[in-house]
Design a protein around this ligand. Structure first.
Ligand SMILES: [Ca+2]
Length: 303
């Protein structure tokens, strides 16, 4: 029996590869994907994603996009990298999805008829909007996996005005939405920078993808050039841990998201926080990156 899963994401290369992984994992049944404002131009990334799903034979999976005004938008140059994916997959112009991402998220959760797993690999804004519009969705979500935050290792926001750098981008871009989702009574699994920092996206990995079968070549096209950036398996690792929660150990923590200057969006352990589980690196740190690479290639090859 495959597990129903929905992906709420923000359209960067890593988000799109994460969706490919959810679509191809043998244990999962992908029900819907929403592409939101964040690290992309949502309508462009959503069109690319719809075209990719069609290539996988999963053109029936509904895709929608949603624009949200974010308190701290991602840099425009990062958002515009969506246009690179459109150049790699020009047929995507024909797959323009609806601007109805919040509605798709709520309708998809409620229509499955059994508890659903949700993976969020962008800002929490769309999930917060869906929870406000239809609070009953919380009861239908058996597990929400968030790629968000950094605890011991700190954040990855740098050079932003009035900010101390302690936040991770997905939480920094909309701290109130993240804080709202934390208080919504969900079963939360965090994939933080504390674990993703051990899994860099290397040029060697992208080359291996390019020469591998199935959907690996599609992933290589999406990831072309990221090895020149400081890029990691953020969303792709979160997708793997959504499908295979025992792949890495989890610790129970009590967490809050800070919403005040200069630490807006910082994820923090505190006794008065919300119970959540946080993935941890395992004991074999030296090989973690290589093992994740091999497992991702194995899943993407199974087309
Ligand atoms: Ca993302």
């Amino acid at each position: 029996m495959r597990k129903p899963v929905i992906h709420d994401q923000d359209g960067h290369a890593d988000d799109l590869v994460a969706t490919l992984l959810l679509a191809l994992h043998p244990a999962m049944d992908l029900k819907a994907v929403v592409v939101n404002s964040g690290d992309c131009i949502p309508q462009v990334s959503a069109a690319v994603l719809a075209a990719l799903l069609d290539r996988l034979g999963q053109g029936g999976v509904p895709v929608a996009w949603q624009h949200h005004a974010l308190p701290h938008p991602f840099p425009l140059t990062w958002q515009r990298e969506s246009l690179n994916y459109l150049r790699a997959f020009p047929e995507a112009e024909r797959y323009y999805p609806d601007a109805a991402g919040t509605r798709l998220l709520t309708e998809a959760i409620l229509s499955v008829g059994e508890p659903v797993t949700l993976l969020v690999t962008g800002p929490c804004t769309n999930l917060a909007a869906a929870l406000r519009a239809a609070p009953e969705i919380a009861r239908q979500l058996d597990r929400v996996v968030l790629m968000a935050g950094g605890l011991e290792v700190g954040g990855n926001v740098a050079g932003e005005q009035d900010h101390d750098g302690s936040a991770e981008w997905n939480l920094y871009c909309d701290p109130p939405a993240a804080a709202y989702c934390l208080q919504a009574g969900l079963t939360l699994d965090f994939v933080t920078l504390d674990v993703t920092n051990f899994v860099p996206m290397t040029a060697r990995f992208v080359e291996t993808l390019r020469s591998s079968g199935g959907a690996c070549r599609l992933a290589a096209e999406l990831l072309a050039g990221v090895e020149q950036q400081n890029y990691f398996f953020w969303d792709t690792l979160a997708a793997l841990l959504t499908c295979e929660p025992d792949y890495l150990p989890r610790e129970h923590q009590s967490l809050i998201v800070r919403t005040e200057t200069p630490s807006e969006g910082r994820l923090e352990k505190t006794a008065s926080g919300v119970p959540a589980r946080v993935f941890e690196p395992d004991n074999d740190l030296e090989t973690l990156g290589a093992r994740v690479e091999a497992r991702v290639i194995e899943i993407l090859s199974a087309l």
